[in-house]
Design a protein. Sequence first.
Length: 466
Amino acid sequence: MSSPTSELLRPDVVELIRAGSYRELREALRILDPADIAELLTDLLDEHGPEDAAVAYRVLPRADASEVFSHLEPEDQEQLIEELGAERAIRVVEDMHADDRVRLLDELPIEVTRRILRSLRPDTRKQTQAILGYGPETVGRLMTPDYVKLRPHWTIRQALEHIRRYGKDAETIHWVYVVATDGKLIDDVHIRRLLIADPDDPIETLMDGRYVALNATDDREEAVRALNRYDRAALPVVDGLGLLIGIVTYDDVADVAEEEATEDFHKQGGLEALDQPYLSTRLWSMLKKRGGWLAGLFLMQLLTIGVMTIFDDALEKAVVLAVFVPLIISSGGNTGTQAASLIVRALALDEVSPGDWVGILRRELLTGLALGSILGVMGLGVVIGAHLTGLASTEYAARVAFVVGTAIVGIVIWGSLAGSLLPLVLRRLNIDPATSSSPLVATLMDVSGLTIYFVVAVAVLKGTLL
């Protein structure tokens, strides 16, 4: 969402660029938030091309330029880099925070990344390559080395002076970190405690040894869970020896949480997660992401045809059974999808784990029985109603109603159990539980639900309709 101010200024920005009024343009942009300036640049790129966007970007104060750049989408960043020229582009990249810089280089073509890395200052290049050395899905790839560290023997006065001197370059100063002489993390302290403490007291008087740290090799989802669980704005990151090597902040984690949630939504919808925004995804990429799943689910439906073929004789003798197949399919698919969605989300929030399967099984068994009984009674009523209104008349309406009602109870129970246990099995196998997508569960329930339905029908209607 952009601010009303940015909406009012957009036409003026284009006019100022056309008129070459760069001082006025700079003043017009100065009052905007960096996120709004980034949105304005995106609009300029889309509607007027990279030339105008580059002009607007060049007039920004250097202190604001890197933050604005970090708000842009990767494809927009790449366009600006190409338009700004090598020297200006390198300066933009060097001014970015290390984590934002790494995120940019991750998205650029490999040859562009290598060219930029070679052009960075030696210290910046070393810092960037260290972060790039961690796996793309790890905490190490999220961290920034821009933080404030203190020594335990310093006084509060010394610590505050150190923060004033070096805090401007830190990602955040809400939390500062106490390290030993060998670089090992020994505690973290909130800035509020420093501000209200006696200036002559040593840092040691504020230490309690209760801190939470992430390991650089942890999965990045662990950072999301930890920051959420401990309600922190930042968490320290250590290596295998306990040395403090960076911090992860809430804004980086918010981006990861959004990406992971989007990926889960896509997988639960029966497609691979998109790598780019919807409108930026090319047709061929869209076909690859969606086509594989659709083809697989299409082939799985052959099992449904197989079940129908096996019970073909029963359907020929009792055509009325086919009328209620949609009820059977929807009951199983909807129940299984509900259960799978609940467990996938519970796993993502660390509310349950595969070890809780017994409790989950018990809960879903009772839930499935209750829900199945309700839907079974409704199904029985539908069959009787269809018979009385002539929509599906049969000599054995009561028996058919019993078949439909009983089958629905069994299918709903089975759907609750299967839908809830499948994500747990996938998690145990180190497969993303979101892969137990709605279309997949629905397809599995189509096959198993029809089987249950026809088995019950054969058992109950044998000697009458069959």
